[in-house]
Write a new protein. Sequence first.
Length: 247
Amino acid sequence: MNNPLFWLIGAVFVAAGAVKGVSGMGLPTFAIALLGQAMPPATAATLVLLPSLLTNIMQCIGPHARTLVRRLWPLWLGVAGATVGSPLPDLGTAGNDARITMGAVLMVYGAWGLARPALPDLARHTRVLGGLAGVLSGALTAATGVFVMPLVPYLQSLRLEKDAFIQALGLSFLVATLALAVRLGHMASSGVPVPAIGHVIALAAACLGLWIGAHWRQRLPAPMFQRALYSVFLGLGALMLARALAA
């Protein structure tokens, strides 16, 4: 535990778990954005897999699964297929380009969250637009390890009830996490290996953060928290992009 890397992993995943506990999303995005400042994106994505998988399984539980499967299967099929099969450069092969892409995605996501643009109701076009959103999200997942764009705006455009939306996020992120795990399995040598204890610390810290965030959820004004979170994403994305372009 004297290794500074372990302290970094613990701190990042407590914070990322708290973000998810408050908002129902953001653990992999927040963790990869922070870890990506100190390690290769492929290594950061590998560390995120287990905490993201287990916390998303918890979020998947709910009464809306059957309805969501009928509506969202094109989205999930596109996410899984594009994440696993995208021919574009990915975390293991893109080198510095992966940091550039990740920085750009984080900046777009942060700016979109701060602007909160009005979204059209796309509930009647789930097959075509859902598949397209899934393919784009999957390609970006393979390239960056971050699976929020355009997946989250698409889900918001469906006008789901709050509980159904939270469950839809969990199921969608679960699909993306499993697909990314398959993709990362084909590029195990691309990142810097992290000892097994690092993955245990990441999981334990994420669970602690999730518990903290669940308690904060009742006390923090949601709009204020969301503005702060999107501002952090925007700032981290700008920092990552600037460092990557200067390299």
